[in-house]
Design a protein around this ligand. Structure first.
Ligand code: GLY
Ligand code: MN
Length: 461
């Protein structure tokens, strides 16, 4: 946790933004794997962490704005729990660390909410993503699970996004710790991968680096020779010389801030000439996106800069033809780059995605429905304090190639005969994390190996 003043101040700002009524937060509960006492690793709700910092399951909290009271609700461990889990701080002790002195058993939440409803006070809550919190909204507020999203508070979502999207110095320091550790995870993968190993063995080494630092992984590790599948979590292949290996992995610190990096390297000590060609094109697009970054620039323009770079390189290479800018306007480049250039990052690897991309990434503006552009999670103008990823990639997806070719799509922009020569190429992605400052942008954490020379130097060790 940070010190109590951090949370006291955050709740004060949130209360001022909302103005009146009650704000109800549910923390997360333990989530059973196969029976109640055998649980997945506990992960607290990120907005609960942001405003209360208490990293413990089974809690709820209320900010009563009109009466200037704040409560944490939860049930203390019984002696039966303590026998199995050891002595634990009480809910009151935990709440005090967040600057809250009023704690109540969970059943009292019902009373407080009933009283608020009786006096016609508005009760604001965030859209829940865990089934147990949907059930709690049914139990405490009598809202049907299929209604909880529409009945959640847009005003609260907007206020939380406005606060959480601007990272403070202490948050940025925490994110840099996560990125530094993520760099070590990637270096370990680049150092260990050898022909004959399985993807699972490389993935295990990546996990080890995070876990040995008493941290967690921020999302399931991608460690694959089939990088053309954007989120490939299969680790069963044996790797061989000639393969390209894609790693997308990030650490989560003990305060739950994320890093998110991607790297691609040859399983052999050096890239083949074809791999080097496409790798350099992806790196050029990566740099085109970085060159565009500045306070005030819409991230959509950053994404378009990466798309145009890919389209013009692919045109030079003969895989595309015609006017590259027009190809991007019509979405033809999405054959090779069917996703977005980046996303916000913070307490969540895709920060605040549970609050809805339309508020987090688009300030309520409508999102494109065009294939490729519709997967851009973040489009709005960059502000100092924004933390995000840059991760354009180049992917040869055989199923997409076959579909578009058989549908006769983009024959004026795609040279299908040349594309066929690359159908089994795989995929390439580099990913780095940045923060916007008052005057520009800054790479977060220590730099990771990225150029062909840097990567080959490690692979030859
Ligand atoms: N690192 C996974 C993603 O950004 O989607
Ligand atoms: Mn990412």
């Amino acid at each position: 946790m940070f010190n109590p003043e951090v949370y006291i101040q955050r709740r004060k700002i949130l209360s001022e933004k909302i103005g009146s009524g009650l704000i109800l937060f549910f923390g997360n509960d333990e989530s059973p794997m196969n029976y109640p006492d055998n649980t997945y690793h506990f992960r607290q709700h990120s907005s609960f962490l942001y405003f209360f910092g208490i990293d413990f399951p089974g809690l709820a909290a209320v900010i009563d704005i009109d009466n200037q009271r704040q409560f944490v609700f939860g049930d203390d461990y019984t002696i039966d729990d303590i026998v199995w889990m050891g002595p634990q701080p009480t809910i009151a002790e935990r709440a005090l660390k967040s600057g809250i002195t009023e704690t109540l058993p969970m059943v009292k939440l019902y009373t407080i909410l009933k009283e608020a409803q009786a006096s016609r006070k508005e009760i604001h809550f965030l859209p829940p993503y865990r089934p147990e919190n949907k059930i709690k909204l049914m139990r405490f507020l009598n809202i049907r699970p299929d209604q909880v999203n529409v009945k959640s508070s847009v005003e609260l979502v907007k206020a939380v996004v406005a606060m959480r999207e601007i990272k403070s110095d202490i948050e940025i320091a925490e994110i840099e710790k996560a990125v530094d550790l993520s760099v070590d995870m990637h270096l370990a993968a680049m150092q260990i991968a050898r022909p004959g190993m399985t993807e699972a063995q490389v993935s295990a080494r990546i996990h080890e680096v995070a876990l040995a630092a008493d941290c967690q992984i921020a999302f399931p590790v991608i460690a694959t020779i089939n990088g053309q599948t954007l989120h490939n979590h299969y680790h069963g292949n044996t790797i061989k010389s000639g393969d390209l290996f894609l790693v997308d992995a990030g650490a989560e610190t003990t305060r739950h801030y994320a890093g998110d990096l991607s790297s691609t390297f040859p399983v052999a000590p050096v890239f083949t000439s074809q791999q080097k060609l496409i790798y350099e094109i992806s790196l050029k697009a990566h740099q085109a996106a970085i060159d565009k970054l500045a306070p005030g620039v819409p991230f959509r323009d950053v994404h378009i800069a990466a798309c145009k770079s890919i389209a013009s390189s692919m045109t030079e290479l003969g895989l595309m033809k015609g006017d590259a800018d027009e190809a991007v306007a019509q979405g033809a480049h999405a054959l090779f780059f069917p996703c977005g250039t980046g996303h916000m990052m913070g307490l969540d690897v895709h920060d605040m995605e549970d609050l809805g991309e339309i508020w987090v990434g688009y300030d309520g503006e409508p999102k494109s429905t065009q294939f490729g552009l519709k997967s851009l999670r973040f489009a709005k103008p960059l502000k100092p304090g924004h933390v995000f990823t840059i991760e354009p990639g180049i992917y040869f997806i055989p199923e997409l190639i076959d579909l578009w070719k058989s549908d006769g799509r983009f024959t004026e922009f795609i040279n299908w005969t040349e594309v066929e020569k690359f159908r089994d190429f795989g995929g390439i992605r580099n990913e780095e994390n940045f923060v916007v400052t008052e005057t520009g942008v800054r790479l977060l954490g220590k730099p990771k190996p990225k150029t062909v020379a840097e990567i080959e130097a490690i692979r030859k060790e």
